[in-house]
Design a protein around this ligand. Structure first.
Ligand SMILES: Cc1cc2nc3c(=O)[nH]c(=O)nc-3n(C[C@H](O)[C@H](O)[C@H](O)COP(=O)(O)O)c2cc1C
Ligand code: SF4
Length: 460
């Protein structure tokens, strides 16, 4: 079995290139350069690595697909490392960059060599100041050390928007625009594409690329010593919410969800669990599911980027759904009418339920809106809304109906679960401090719009 030294999360943060090399780093890139690019891709393929950014797509298949498109259509092939980490409940990429930046850069250099991409871009939020500093310093060091490909890596600082993490939104930002998702996927039309020159582009998550460095250093068979047949390796999970020990934990895939949430994170009296905002709710009877891409899909769920938000039985499910849908309504970019209008309508209905002013007809409208919110969608964001609303209303229908019948305000005291920081020593979680001020057009209000609402409740 693999021991602790083989995990992505190091026992102590790796803060210099010397430290990385002393811990056995650098071997992945060295080995990759000794073999042919296609052999590098074959190794990643044998390892069975699947993307850790949300969809669990096989990495080698993505690389080969883009290579085929580039060969057929031509243009410049690029590699984009997605470090936007905008999914609610997820914090692992920032921890990886802070603690293991050289392994991440090594993975990018290997990706550049294996695919023959001309350039690599790391898309990271400007507000992630410490990870950005660590990355800039590490990149300067590996360039100085002459790592092959390092001089073709650029760091692109992006906005505090959910869609910056959506792969085509990220391409737009790299091109100097707003993160407005495109219809055509990056593997077909990538950076600075035109119809004549499609420039297919690979987009991979930070953790995915960091695993690539380990796989090339230790081999596919070693990688497969952890995990399951269809989901090999380890994954870096985040757990926040109503748990005693919130934090970032690396576990072998295939571990039961219950082990992560209950035994490790200390969740008790669980009511509902969400893996980000793009998957169905998980209720307590689902906790024995294995943390694997196919195992989760088999029960209709998804692992997302491995960030779990836990709510216990003290919470109003109306408040939980309201805070998640409010996030998606704000972050929707408005290029597709059904998405922006549908999410906004669902946000307003849920706020009405929270105020104790809704009728049963409003609940029916909410469910109906969830069916049409995905109409003509460019990106996956409203699919998340649909899954959240449909699954949560189905699992907690009695509570929704009872809340409406009571006609009283709910506590409405939950933060948007966007993680600003997790203190490694105390486990204290800081949420995005200004999210409640963010408006539908992505500007920030000067005053908290909820103050007015709370005042109205108080004076009623
Ligand atoms: C609305 C939305 C937000 C996303 N945010 C992120 C993100 O913050 N980080 C990330 O790696 N992937 C994010 N993704 C997934 C990316 O589009 C893309 O699938 C991923 O970066 C591919 O990397 P992988 O193959 O290594 O998993 C998001 C997707 C959607 C639809
Ligand atoms: S589906 Fe929604 S978030 Fe995605 S591009 Fe359309 S409006 Fe924007």
């Amino acid at each position: 079995m693999r021991d602790d030294a083989d995990r992505l999360l190091p026992p102590t943060p790796v803060t210099s290139l010397d430290g990385h090399l002393a811990a056995g780093g650098g071997r992945g890139l060295a080995h990759a350069l000794e073999i042919a690019p296609e052999e590098v891709i074959a190794e990643v393929d044998h390892a069975g690595l699947r993307g850790r950014g949300g969809a669990g797509f096989p990495t080698a298949r993505k690389w080969r697909g883009v290579l085929d498109n580039a060969a057929g259509a031509g243009g410049r092939l690029s590699l984009v490392a997605n470090a936007a980490e905008g999914e609610p409940g997820t914090y692992k990429d920032r921890v990886l960059i802070e603690q293991q930046p050289y392994a991440f850069l090594e993975g990018i250099c290997i990706g550049l060599y294996a695919t023959g991409a001309e350039a690599a871009f790391i898309g990271i939020k400007e507000k992630f100041t410490l990870p950005v500093q660590r990355l800039q310093a590490a990149l300067a060091e590996v360039r100085e050390a002459g790592w092959r490909g390092a001089d073709r890596i650029d760091i692109v600082l992006g906005p505090d928007a959910y869609l910056f993490g959506e792969e085509t939104g990220m391409l737009e930002v790299i091109e100097g625009k707003l993160p407005m998702p495109r219809i055509i996927r990056p593997y077909e039309q990538g950076l600075n594409a035109t119809t004549a020159v499609p420039n297919p582009t690979i987009v991979n998550n930070v953790e995915t690329l960091t695993h690539v460095a380990s796989i090339l250093a230790n081999g596919a068979a070693w990688f497969r010593q952890a995990g399951t047949e269809s989901s090999p390796g380890t994954m870096v999970f985040t757990v926040v919410g109503d748990v005693d020990n919130p934090g970032v934990y690396e576990l072998a895939l295939g571990t039961p969800l219950r082990t992560l949430l209950v035994d490790i994170a200390g969740a008790r009296d669980i009511k509902a669990v969400y893996s980000g905002t793009s998957n169905m709710v998980l209720t307590p009877e689902r906790l024995d599911v294995a943390l694997g891409f196919d195992e989760m899909a088999d029960i209709g769920a998804g692992m997302g980027s491995g960030g779990f938000i836990v709510y216990d039985n003290s919470r109003s499910i109306v408040d939980v759904l309201a805070v998640l849908i409010h996030f998606l309504a704000i972050e929707s970019c408005g290029q597709c009418n059904a998405c922006k209008l549908g999410n906004t309508a669902m946000d307003e209905i849920l706020a009405k339920v929270q105020r104790g002013e809704a009728t049963q007809a409003d609940l029916e409208t909410l469910l109906r809106r969830s069916h049409t919110v995905t109409d003509a969608n460019r990106c996956y964001l409203p699919v998340g809304s649909q899954l959240l609303v449909a699954s949560t209303m189905q699992a907690f229908v009695d509570e929704f109906v009872a809340t409406v019948e009571r006609g009283e305000p709910t506590p409405a005291d939950l933060p948007t679960p966007l993680i600003e920081a997790i203190d490694e020593d105390t486990g204290e979680v800081t949420w995005h401090p200004r999210y409640h001020l963010k408006q539908s057009d992505w500007s920030y209000a000067d005053e908290d719009p909820r103050d007015e609402r709370l005042e109205a409740i108080r004076t009623d």
